[in-house]
Design a protein around this ligand. Structure first.
Ligand code: UN1
Length: 505
């Protein structure tokens, strides 16, 4: 039998201190994809030591030289998009166009970070005193701990790591335990690019390994994308330690407002994409459709028709729309929320919680199958099912009457604030939504998924305290220095301070 895959620490493949291994399985078939060493807190300790040691030399390279390693990775991602897309699909179950999209998004992020290396960084700031030059300069912070989720197993690691590395930080990365094969490939790419030993480290494992990163005060910055439950714990811990920083991007209970002025083709298209792509397992997926009474019946009829027939099945087949859920426990969680909705008295419109035997493709009997669940609920009833994130194809239709202010009140009535959209042909309604929706990612006449990497990505309220992508991540992984240089032999102070004691007469 093949040896289990290893960790990548200090430029070497190592099995680590632990005795346990774990398997990656294909969520559509149950087939084992590979066996991996399970990292321990002492493996993390070793990786942090390596990253800390490597930092001194890495930070002295120019940004442009550091970015050269990422250009190699970029070309690899572009050349291998189809092959890697298939790996993503096999390991996390997203249908094949989404598997490839994950790799494309990773390439976009790496291109952004490497390209940014040649752009000006910092500001020239005027001084009161003509002989002084003042600047804002940026410095790296040191070891960056990255903890990433399974649902974008190639893209999100690069959101975290590409900018952190170009800015001169070193990295200790704990990928999601559900997608270690994708993580193995990402690590191989850095190795092939020849990144110096210790600059990039990857330790496979579970929460105990991730926690060891959070606990170690040699790691000044932690980037986390994942569940609100874990993210809030990390934020609470690091918030108490001065000098340490965490950028968390967590869940959402995202809404789409469909007004009486909506183009219904756009509305149905946007809602279907937002609710069912990735089987509802994006942090930006929509589980709340807030629809005006004038068009409610027509929208409902059209949305329900699609939800009833949307193809759930083998994610490697091109005409599949929804692949499986990631794991059996997650199917159970979705089922519990579907049951809860029923207990809370909603009116169920589509219930494909259990797929019929004839719907499950041959050879896929052990997959983690769950189909759309669509219901209508009273927006004022304060139900758990319309407030809590399910992370699945569980969708509430919330009918409203009245104006856009009312729709946006319903839209904002959740503890989360990540993504959302408005569908309307009326620019006043659109502008009102833009200015009052309490979210970080807002769209007009579009689905609320599919953000481009050069946008700040993140939310407000319970959805996060940071924007771990592109431009905004620079804030997390660097410190600013206000630098002032005096070009004169005299010391002149902007506020008129003088030191008379030093003058002779
Ligand atoms: C996530 O849902 O966890 O905006 C990330 C999107 C993707 C990223 C989603 N670019 O849908």
């Amino acid at each position: 039998m093949a040896e289990p895959y290893q960790h990548y620490i200090d430029g070497e493949w190592v099995s680590g201190d632990g005795t346990e291994t774990f398997e990656s399985t294909n969520p559509a078939t149950g087939e084992t994809l590979g066996e991996f060493h399970r990292g321990t807190p002492s493996d993390i300790d070793r990786a942090i030591t390596a990253a800390d040691d490597a930092y001194e030399e890495w930070r002295e390279l120019s940004r442009i030289d550091r970015a050269e390693y990422l250009w190699d990775v970029y070309h690899e991602l572009r050349e291998r998009t189809d092959e890697l897309g298939e790996v993503v699909t096999k390991e996390c179950g997203k249908e094949i166009s989404e598997g490839k999209a994950d790799v494309v998004e990773a390439a976009h992020m790496v291109e952004w970070a490497a390209g940014d290396a040649r752009h000006p960084k910092g500001d020239i700031i005027p001084s009161e005193i003509p002989s002084k030059d003042a600047y804002m300069r940026r410095k790296p912070r040191g070891v960056t701990g990255c903890i990433t989720p399974w649902n974008f197993p190639i893209a999100i690691p690069y959101w975290h790591m590409a900018v952190a590395l170009v800015e001169g930080n070193t990295v200790v990365w704990k990928p999601a335990e559900q997608t270690p094969w994708c993580a193995q490939i990402v690590a191989e790419m850095f190795e092939e690019a020849g990144i110096p030993d210790g600059v990039f480290n990857m330790i496979q494992g579970f929460g105990d390994a991730g926690n060891a990163i959070v606990e170690d005060d040699r790691v000044p910055t932690v980037l986390f994308t994942g569940s609100a439950e874990v993210g809030h714990k990390i934020a609470g811990k690091l918030g108490d330690e001065s000098g340490r920083r965490v950028a968390c991007e967590m869940g959402g209970k995202n809404g789409i407002v469909i007004t009486e002025q909506a183009d219904l083709d756009i509305a149905v298209h946007s809602a279907v994409m937002s609710s069912f792509k990735t089987t509802g397992q994006r942090c930006v997926s929509s589980e709340r459709l807030i629809v005006h009474e004038d068009i409610y019946d027509e929208f409902k009829e059209r949305f329900v028709e699609v939800a009833e027939k949307v193809a759930v099945g083998d994610p490697l087949e091109e005409d599949t729309f929804m692949g499986p859920a990631i794991e059996a426990e997650h199917v159970e969680k979705i089922q519990k929320y579907n049951d809860l909705a029923r207990e809370e008295g909603v009116n169920v419109l589509v219930d494909r919680t259990e797929l019929g035997d004839e719907e499950i493709p041959e050879g896929h009997e052990d997959g983690h199958w769950v189909g759309p669940f669509v219901y209508e609920a009273d927006p004022d009833a304060n139900l758990r099912c319309t407030q809590e994130e399910v992370f699945g194809p569980h969708v509430a239709l919330l009918e409203y009457s009245g104006d856009i202010e009312r729709a946006v009140d319903i839209h904002n009535d959740t503890p989360y604030g990540l993504a959302g959209a408005i569908i309307s042909e009326d620019y006043r309604q659109i502008n009102y939504y833009r200015d009052h929706a309490e979210i970080g990612l807002a769209y007009g006449n579009l689905p609320c998924i599919g953000a481009e990497v050069q946008l700040p990505f993140g939310g407000v309220k319970k959805s996060g305290n940071g924007y771990p992508s592109a431009r905004e991540i620079i804030e997390a992984v660097t410190d600013r220095t206000a630098w002032t240089l005096n070009n004169s032999k005299d010391i002149e102070m902007a506020q008129g301070l003088s030191a008379d004691i030093l003058t002779d007469d």
